[in-house]
Design a protein around this ligand. Sequence first.
Ligand code: FAD
Length: 408
Amino acid sequence: MTALDRAGRVVIVGTGVAGATAAQGLRGGGFTGTITLVGDEAEAPYRRPVLSKDLLAGKTDIVRAGLKPVAYWAEQHIDLRVGETVIDIDPSARTVALGDGGVLGYDALVLATGGRPRMLPGVSSPRVHHLRRHADVPALRGRLREGSSLLVIGGGLIGSEVASTARELGCAVTVLEAADRPLARLVPAPVGAALAGLHREAGVDLHTGVALAGVEAGPDTVTAIAVDGRRWRADAAVVAIGTVPNTELGARAGAAIDNGIVVDELLRTTVDGVFAIGDVASVPNTVLGGRYRGEHWNTAQDHGTAVARSLLGAGSPFDVVPWAWSNQFGRGIQVAGWPEADDELLVRGSIDERDFTALCRRDGRIVGAITMGRPKDTRTARMLIGRGGVVAAEALLDPHTDLAALAS
Ligand SMILES: Cc1cc2nc3c(=O)[nH]c(=O)nc-3n(C[C@H](O)[C@H](O)[C@H](O)COP(=O)(O)OP(=O)(O)OC[C@H]3O[C@@H](n4cnc5c(N)ncnc54)[C@H](O)[C@@H]3O)c2cc1C
């Protein structure tokens, strides 16, 4: 597809940060045509990460969590359609079909459909919760009363944050994690061990290495049963065992799917005129090779900015090193790049004292980093990762080495 006519028609599916940022980027980049931003949630675009943090804790509300004041979208002549589902795409006619029977024509279509929670098969009960949307919050929040008990199934980012918020609200919390540590997909073992310490100090009953046989929900309680026969019972449960990308629309349009909708470095799918961004997109990894699908706020936002440029004919290969943050038990944790469990870990500071920068080295290259209490180092580590060079361990471990100078 050549650059979009500046007075053309763009349809964006998904009102998450990726879709909303794409719409803003188009207007900011001088696009004067029609932008239709369609989302099946009832709310105007909002900051999803607060769902497990301040919003669940009751410290903020959906208005304050908005990405922009609600009036912004109309002021920018962005046709925001909430509570509307796109159910089909006809890429040859360049139209999308809406759940209410409407049809929208497009010159360019951006799929920013995000993901949904992975479900435990056969488990359905009002006492078993998931957390992805604002609409999921009120029922879960209603369970988190002082003295009530909560089972958190999955010790990843969302499970750990829900556990943290539930403890803050005075609930008895049990976390069941299949791996040998929390956040196992994101951080290597020593850091995971430190996070396990954080959970336990906060009074969480954390069980790792749990192979679940099933979850039984009764009228008043939920029971998780392990294959070794152990059982845990609580008033309610949250299942947080990962995210499934919403690739179905892309597949209907005929786009290639491979753990997400496959895009090239300009975020174009394999179907002419159709782009994919955010949690649903599988993008080329221009630093390490291969592909990856981020599930992080900043990556989705960066995709939104990049696709707008791409549409306007000013795109450049997407090469941003991803990073994410998490707040748990009063601590801020940041993860950059693509760390893996087997990476060699070079630690500046002290993991035990929870003040550290842990750089992950693979084949002599820095490929990832985890920081706690050192947000500035995250930025520097991303530069080191993006540069892709070989850095001597001695230099990295020397506390006198200025990381920023090394990165530049
Ligand atoms: C509870 C929670 C806490 C998080 N905390 C953090 C954090 O601390 N740090 C961090 O980096 N990341 C965090 N994340 C992840 C971050 O929020 C996501 O990476 C980001 O929201 C992805 O944005 P997106 O726009 O790609 O997708 P989404 O935000 O998922 O938005 C996609 C939208 O598309 C809609 N949609 C899907 N299909 C259709 C359709 N057919 N028609 C119409 N609309 C459709 C969806 O309903 C949704 O509204 C958290 C996520 C959750 C759920």
